[in-house]
Design a protein around this ligand. Structure first.
Ligand SMILES: [Zn+2]
Length: 239
């Protein structure tokens, strides 16, 4: 390969690298997107969990209240029954005892009534919380969907740009010798999408390590491809 050839080949590789750098960055950005959406979905699902807990405690309270109402009904039934029996009693002693039983039953019912009232109030409190939570969740869902849409739009944008870049790549590649292209692509894959780097101020712009003057001289001779001794990337200089 002549001097002019290698120089122009390197220029071609630098051009290709510009395209590939953008492709590499866009691909890794795109790869991170599904994880982002998943994390957002998980966070939203977790927020829904609180709602589920509230709904469950409301059901519990309603069930407790119904049980208490049944209990109240049967206690009232008992008191009523005793009341009707009261006047059929023969002795004063029996009468007094029955009266006491009726009073006890009435006291029981009033305790149960208080409990039912409490359960009503607790239920109302939870209902209010559920209403608030519903509004908050609607707001959260709106935000979640907006963010998701933003990410999806960005993925679409990336795909469009990647298609453009692939087209540019196809235009550059025919000018590069196959063997050189193969070497470049090998390094590209193993070195985080960066295969050809500038040497500036005696340092490799790929790994920032010192490049000795004799290596710089070798680059300037354009006899063969020179790679960095540390990071193995192809080196070039700006003249
Ligand atoms: Zn290097």
């Amino acid at each position: 390969m002549t001097t002019v050839d290698l120089k122009s080949q390197l220029t071609g590789l630098v051009k290709l690298q510009t395209v590939d750098t953008e492709i590499y960055a866009l691909r890794s950005e795109k790869e991170s997107k599904p994880e982002q959406i998943k994390a957002m979905e998980a966070a939203f699902e977790e927020k829904k969990q609180h709602m589920a807990t509230l709904e469950k405690s409301l059901l519990d309270l309603q069930k407790q209240r119904k049980d208490r109402e049944l209990e109240l009904g049967s206690k009232e039934e008992v008191a009523k029954k005793l009341q009707t029996q009261l006047y059929s009693l023969k002795t004063n002693k029996e009468y007094q005892a029955m009266l006491q039983q009726i009073q006890d039953a009435k006291a029981d019912t009033s305790i149960i009534e208080d409990k039912i009232l409490e359960l009503f109030e607790s239920g109302d409190k939870v209902k209010n919380e559920i209403d608030q939570e519903k509004r908050r969740l609607q707001e959260e869902e709106k935000i979640f969907l907006e963010q998701k849409k933003k990410i999806e739009d960005r993925i679409k944008e990336i795909d469009d740009r990647l298609a453009q870049l692939e087209a540019q790549r196809k235009q550059i590649i025919p000018d590069i010798e196959l063997k050189m292209l193969a070497q470049y692509e090998r390094i590209l894959l193993s070195r985080d999408g960066l295969a050809i780097v500038l040497v500036k101020d005696s340092s490799c712009k790929g790994c920032n390590m010192f490049v000795p003057p004799q290596v710089i001289n070798l680059i300037k001779m354009y006899e063969r491809i020179i790679t960095c001794e540390v990071c193995n990337r192809i080196l070039y200089i700006e003249e």
